[in-house]
Write a protein that binds this ligand. Structure first.
Ligand SMILES: *Cc1c(COP(=O)(O)O)cnc(C)c1O
Length: 391
């Protein structure tokens, strides 16, 4: 992969391997069995780029795309992305008419949402494709079990008026990254009874869906008709302590690279970066990496301040951030190694060339790989490798 960044390149960039996204989707498609595959592309495709990620996942076999907010779904349609597309996070006064005009599946967790969607359907003359969401235990979005019969009845009434079609019944796991946790059993049971109640009242759902990446990989009995995979599409493991991406046939798609901006020799006792949380213990070479928290490098990747410092590969060796990560830059203490300005720095990649992974950064920063990859790119150029994978 190193070859991709030799020659004239930006001082730092996010590389996205679209063939990895395509292949990961194909792998997940197989693992989903008879269920269809939704690639979740919210948050700018988990930082990989909304439209390229969506295209690559579709080429790999995703028949559905999912976003959190409606603006993301509308951006996909504006870019010419076809196929089933669902947006699930709404607030009062949402642009429902735009959603219906763009053929976006919508979700309701309360009667007032059904009412707003029905109004938009009346206004546009389009029948809304509606998914009803039950909270089976996450304690976040979704109707409570107590409110569920009322929600189902309101939706069926709108359906009888020709305003909506209730096409989906769905929910979301709280602890799917611990497959043996009893909460998972309870959530599946609650989901089954919510589906049974809705069906008994006359709902004929096209898709019942519950599984995220972790459940798709580890718990086939949760697949129902459709699985909603996000993180796994990008080649990262949602159960980092249990399986590595390679264990389940996935390959990380994102790599973050930079070139050293400066290398200099300093004496022992030199405090490094804001707060002097690292002090050189000998004469040494300090290397300056032109990436900081404004680019997405977590400040929790600092060293000397409770954490070990985020890992980077420079000159064939893993090294760690020395002292604080700043807004635009951080420093690495390279000892007597002969590094020079312009040398390649790999923050993370797929790990096959000895570089750290996004999971390694997550561990160093006491967070999850989801947060690592979604942070990068706003200021950095994103470079796509294997673009034809997304055509
Ligand atoms: C983000 C999200 C997903 C995808 O979760 P992963 O763990 O990344 O697979 C699925 N469903 C809902 C409702 C989500 O918000």
């Amino acid at each position: 992969m190193g070859d991709h960044v030799r020659g004239a390149v930006p001082h730092a960039q996010v590389l996205v391997d679209l063939s990895a996204i395509r292949d990961n989707a194909a792998e997940l498609r197989v693992r989903a069995g008879s269920a269809e595959l939704m690639a979740v592309v919210k948050a700018d495709g988990y930082g990989h780029g909304l439209v390229p990620a969506a295209r690559a996942a579709q080429v790999g076999g995703a028949t559905w795309l999912g976003t959190a907010v409606l603006a993301e779904a509308l951006a996909l349609r504006a870019a010419g992305i076809e196929g089933r597309l669902m947006a699930w996070l709404c607030a009062p006064g949402e642009r429902w008419t735009d959603a219906l005009a763009a053929d976006v599946d919508v979700s309701a967790a309360a009667p007032w949402v059904v009412a707003e969607i029905a109004d938009a359907a009346r206004e546009t003359g389009r029948i809304a494709r509606l998914h009803l969401k039950i909270d089976t235990g996450l304690g976040r979005s979704g109707s409570t079990e107590a409110d569920w019969p009322g929600l189902v009845d309101v939706a069926l009434k709108a359906q009888a008026e020709g305003l909506v079609n209730v096409v989906g019944l769905w929910s979301h796991f709280a602890i799917a990254d611990a497959p043996e946790h009893p909460a998972n059993v309870a959530q599946v049971e609650t989901f089954r009874s919510a589906v049974a109640l809705a069906e008994a009242r006359g709902v004929r759902p096209e898709v019942r869906h519950l599984a995220n990446s972790a459940a798709t990989l580890m718990s086939p009995h949760t697949h129902f008709d459709l699985v909603r995979t996000g993180l796994a599409v990008y080649g990262l493991s949602p159960l980092a302590d249990v399986v590595s991406p390679g264990d389940v046939g996935l390959r990380p798609a994102m790599s973050v690279r930079a070139r050293l901006a400066l290398v200099k020799r300093v004496t022992a006792g030199q405090g490094v970066s804001y707060g002097h949380f690292h002090v050189t213990d000998r004469e040494t070479n300090l290397a300056l990496v032109p990436l900081g928290y404004a680019d997405g490098v977590p400040r929790h990747g600092s060293s000397g301040d409770g954490g070990p410092g985020g890992p980077v590969l420079i000159g064939g060796k893993i090294r760690r951030v020395a002292g604080r990560v700043c807004m635009d830059q951080f420093v690495v203490d390279a000892g007597d190694d002969h590094l020079q300005a312009g040398d390649e720095v790999v923050l993370f990649g797929d790990g096959t060339s000895g570089e750290p992974t996004a999971q390694d950064w997550a561990q160093a920063c006491r967070t999850i790989s989801y947060e690592i990859v979604t942070r990068f790119a706003p200021r950095l150029p994103r470079t796509y490798i294997d673009r034809e994978a997304a055509l």
